[in-house]
Design a protein around this ligand. Structure first.
Ligand code: GLA
Length: 741
């Protein structure tokens, strides 16, 4: 999958569907040639380099008026040359200069893909799945080696990149900017797509036209954030969900990031992605190494859905790991929205009993079970049972839940501490704070300094103790505030620029230690909902709580946006009570389940407060989900109608061989006497006949008709279906089953 023209030093990564091509410039730096649909392997493509005499430009060598870094498309540009765009790398040496001009040294091709030490990464399982080329670069003046790693996959239209820095000099170097990837596209006629929002409205799809200058998303909060996801896509203006060119860039990282698209004044587009250089300065000691997080870039000519399907398949099967990767996820019930902090063991057992009767498989006890935790003022950091609420401890409760035939799960917030806690009283110095300055709280809590080994150890010991004693199958790992006043008491002044990154390395390390000690533990990540819902976390936690907003209508947008990158198998989605906790909206029970089915399904309410009919419905929903969950988790997902653009949301999950599919259609507001509608489906076999079954609809049609003419929709609110109930039909939804006959 990787060819190298030895003489010209052109590197061509090609899996038959995509090509990524770069070369060694005369100056010894790397130039970019092409990324997109696969091109012929035989050509050398050096004629793609566009140079022209441009008066008043700055040229590389005296006498030459053609080669200017400013006008050459580059691969991993250094700071301080005559390329005036944002660089990929900036490192300062002992003389205070920050110029980086790495020179090509050589390459090696490896079968497969190497792991990244202490960092999440995609991986391979069998020979032949991927090939990697490592390009060695060196800046002799600095004594700095850069090893650029590119992996191309046989089965996914993706290239994974990361960079290793090695200090070969005798003095420390300071890395100020170490992006995971940089690529210069030959034109800038794209729109960028980002997933941005805020707490309870995470990952809304935002499209911007690119113009001269920089378009970027980033985080400086110490976690990837609710506000911007570490992801960026490029699409042509005529690209739709189903067709046209799309590029996706995703960073496997959960801390401060930057994803940026810079259009220069010659319509060349540079995309860079990596650790946010703002607030980052890494001291690289002589002989030491620094490895950037991995960035994954995807190309699709099948629109944004095609891009998403590549991410889904890669991330579900070669990023998520371990026992739970391919297993069906248990239907869970979580007590948070039903009880908040106030409950007794008896309440929980009553709650759990009904859940067990409904077929629910996992009972999750959320916040409030530990220390002196009765509200959010105290307790974080003390991970032992609150005996007033739980007289038999977690072991006792877990046993009783187990006896009901359910697994037991527990909430933790390992990275946090309240002032009012034994941990804080014993170690007030364990928090992140700038000496002599006031420290901000978030929800009355402070961030433990996970850049310090002893702090991570202290939490690990507590977690190990409880996980090894009680029968705990699942944990919900929460993280409810951003970092502020970032400073670590354990590091010298010149290392303070490392703390944000070291913090995340500490989080990853604790995860790794836990899954090593408890390989069958299912971890669901959470950060006030979806504040750290990123590809980095997926490596440790195969599912995540998408958002604290559990309203089904809000969720259509949040899940729609989330699906741009992340597979359904990892999206925690629950049926919650009405009026909804966050927006007060009342939605049909059916709608709440239909939206949540396309995720890791569960409930977030007290079943004992439901009517008999509703309980019967819950039983049917649980049964339905159990029967069909592997299709939702492993099927191909297609977004059909965007709730950001229309009064509807519609999506489809189809078996990869197109034999069976589910289509979820959710209408926001009721309409009067509306138009006839059809929905053009995807992923079916054109020549096969299908049976379509909806609540009001049953007919047979061939795949080609369903994909070309569309599937009929029967809309109750517009009078096309009359059931005489006279109920308001706002927020209703239908689930259609499409089965090959
Ligand atoms: C966060 C989570 C919620 C819940 C609460 C508990 O907000 O996102 O799901 O666990 O914390 O305090």
């Amino acid at each position: 999958m990787i060819t190298v023209s030895e003489q010209e030093k052109v590197f061509h990564l090609n899996n038959g569907r995509i090509s990524y091509i770069f070369y060694v410039m005369e100056s010894g730096q790397l130039g970019h040639l092409y990324f997109g649909k696969a091109l012929n392997r035989d050509a050398d493509y050096l004629h793609m380099v566009e140079t022209a005499y441009r008066p008043m430009s700055t040229y590389m060598t005296e006498g030459d008026m053609y080669h200017s870094y400013e006008h050459l498309r580059q691969e991993y540009p250094g700071f301080g040359t005559s390329d005036y765009r944002y660089p990929a790398v900036e490192v300062s040496g002992p003389d205070g200069s920050s110029l980086v001009k790495p020179q090509y040294q050589g390459f090696r091709i490896l079968e497969g893909k190497k792991p990244l030490p202490g960092l999440p990464a995609t991986y391979v399982e069998e020979p032949g799945e991927a090939s990697t080329v490592e390009i060695s670069m060196r800046d002799d003046w600095l004594g700095l080696a850069l090893i650029l790693s590119y992996t191309i996959f046989r089965d996914f239209d993706a290239v994974a990149r990361s960079v290793r820095f090695v200090n070969h000099s005798k003095t420390p170097l300071f890395i100020g900017r170490a992006m995971s990837m940089s690529v210069d596209f030959a034109d800038a006629d794209y729109e960028s797509v980002q997933l941005s929002g805020a707490w309870a409205r995470e990952r809304y799809v935002q499209v911007r036209s690119l113009g001269p200058g920089v378009t970027s998303v980033s985080s400086m909060r110490g976690h990837s954030s609710h506000h911007h996801n570490p992801f960026l896509a490029l699409k042509r203006k005529n690209t739709t969900e189903q067709s046209g060119e799309a590029y996706g860039f995703s960073l496997l990282y959960s801390g401060n990031f930057l994803a940026q698209a810079e259009v220069d004044n010659y319509n060349v587009l540079r995309v860079t992605m990596g650790i946010n250089p703002f607030g980052f300065r890494w001291k690289l000691e002589p002989g030491a190494e620094f490895v950037t997080p991995e960035a994954v870039t995807v190309y699709s000519e099948e629109g944004l859905n095609g891009m998403s399907r590549q991410f889904h398949r890669l991330y579900r099967t070669r990023l998520a790991r371990g026992f739970w990767r391919d297993r069906e996820r248990p239907v869970l019930i979580n007590n948070w929205e039903a009880t908040n902090f106030t409950y007794t063991e008896e309440d929980l057992l009553r709650f759990a009993k009904t859940a067990a009767e409904c077929g629910i498989e996992l009972f999750v006890l959320d916040d409030g079970w530990f220390g002196n935790r009765n509200d959010d003022m105290s307790g974080l950091g003390d991970w032992t049972a609150n005996r007033q609420k739980l007289p038999h401890g977690i072991e006792g409760l877990a046993e009783k839940i187990g006896a009901m035939g359910m697994k037991f799960g527990l909430w933790f917030e390992p990275e946090m501490v309240n002032r009012d806690s034994d941990l804080f009283r014993a170690h007030p110095d364990y928090i992140i704070q700038t000496p002599g300055r006031s420290v901000s709280h978030g929800r009355n809590q402070f961030v433990l300094d996970f850049s310090r080994r002893e702090v991570v150890d202290a939490i690990y010991v507590q977690l190990y103790e409880i996980l090894s004693k009680a029968r705990i199958s699942y944990i919900k790992w929460d993280m409810n505030r951003s970092i502020s006043e970032c400073y670590s008491a354990a590091y010298p002044p010149e290392r303070q620029g490392e703390i944000y990154h070291r913090y995340i390395l500490g989080v990853y390390e604790l995860h790794e230690r836990l899954i090593t000690a408890f390989p069958k533990l299912l971890i669901e990540s959470c950060s006030s909902g979806g504040g750290r819902f990123d590809a980095g976390m997926l490596y440790y936690a195969p599912q995540g709580w998408v958002s604290d907003d559990s309203d089904a209508i809000e969720r259509t947008k949040i899940q729609y946006g989330t699906s741009y990158v992340y597979p359904l198998s990892c999206m925690g989605a629950h049926v919650s009570a009405c009026p909804n906790d966050q927006v007060g909206r009342i939605t049909p029970f059916e709608t709440r389940a239909n939206v949540a089915f396309t995720g890791a399904f569960g409930y977030e309410l007290d079943l004992n407060r439901l009517s008999e009919e509703e309980i019967a419905l819950v039983k049917r929903q649980v049964e339905f989900y159990k029967k069909n969950r592997s299709l939702f988790a492993k099927g191909d997902f297609y977004r059909l109608i965007s709730p950001f653009e229309e009064n509807f949301a519609a999506w489809e999950a189809a078996e990869p061989d197109g034999q069976r599919a589910f289509v979820t259609v959710t209408r926001i507001l009721s309409e009067v006497n509306g138009p006839y509608r059809r929905l053009r489906l995807c992923g079916l076999c054109p020549d096969r006949k299908y049976r379509i079954r909806g609540k009001y609809l049953s007919y047979e049609a061939y795949g080609d008709e369903l994909m070309q003419f569309g599937m009929r929709l029967e809309d109750k609110s517009s009078g096309q279906v009359i059931d005489g109930s006279g109920h308001c039909e706002d927020f209703c939804s239908d689930l259609y089953e499409i089965t090959a006959v």
